[in-house]
Design a binder for this molecule. Structure first.
Ligand code: PNS
Length: 163
């Protein structure tokens, strides 16, 4: 059983995240999309809302025969992965600028849980500039984000804005 954890803030889910899920899923039997519950960061969406959106969007993604689960977690990713009996942590790298941060996290996670490997996938080039932070910023300033985030996520962002 090859089980992986794909951790992140997912505030909100982008098509870049979905691309990583789609391309990493065939490598594993099971994957847990692990949504960090970090209220200190004052996210746009609560962890429950983020999990809900991912659960709604995932059926539209071809995840091969990989069984998908979505869970929220707090605390350390490495500990969550160990408790989930995962052997891999999946992360996407977009540009060189991601590398240093990802390297530090991977090394720290390996120190914490030596049996768990971090597996990196290069982001699809069409999403290499897409981040949740940028999507929120552009959306809030009235720019177009269609094609970069799922339509359902865009609708939820619009609903939040109108509130
Ligand atoms: O989507 P993000 O914000 O790039 O994801 C970052 C995340 C959630 C993977 C990272 O912040 C994380 O692992 N947080 C949990 C706390 C933790 O384990 N910190 C030490 C990492 S070495």
């Amino acid at each position: 059983m090859r089980r992986a954890v794909f951790p992140g803030s997912f505030d909100p889910l982008t098509n870049g995240h979905l691309d990583i899920i789609k391309r990493s899923a065939p490598l594993f039997d099971e994957m847990i999309v692990a949504v960090l519950n970090n209220p200190d960061k004052s996210p746009m969406f609560t962890a429950e809302e983020r999990c809900g959106m991912i659960r709604e969007v995932l059926p539209s993604v071809d995840t091969s025969s990989c069984k998908m689960r979505v869970e929220s977690f707090s605390g350390l990713t490495a500990e969550f992965a160990r408790k989930s009996e995962a052997t891999a942590i999946v992360r996407g790298i977009r540009a060189v600028s991601d590398y240093e941060y990802e390297l530090r996290m991977a090394l720290m996670n390996r120190r914490l849980e030596p049996a768990i490997e971090t597996v990196f996938l290069m982001a699809g080039e069409e999403y290499s500039y897409v981040s949740s932070t940028l999507m929120k910023q552009v959306f809030e300033l009235g720019g177009r984000v269609n094609g970069l985030i799922p339509e359902l996520v865009e609708a939820k962002m619009r609903a939040k804005q109108n509130r």
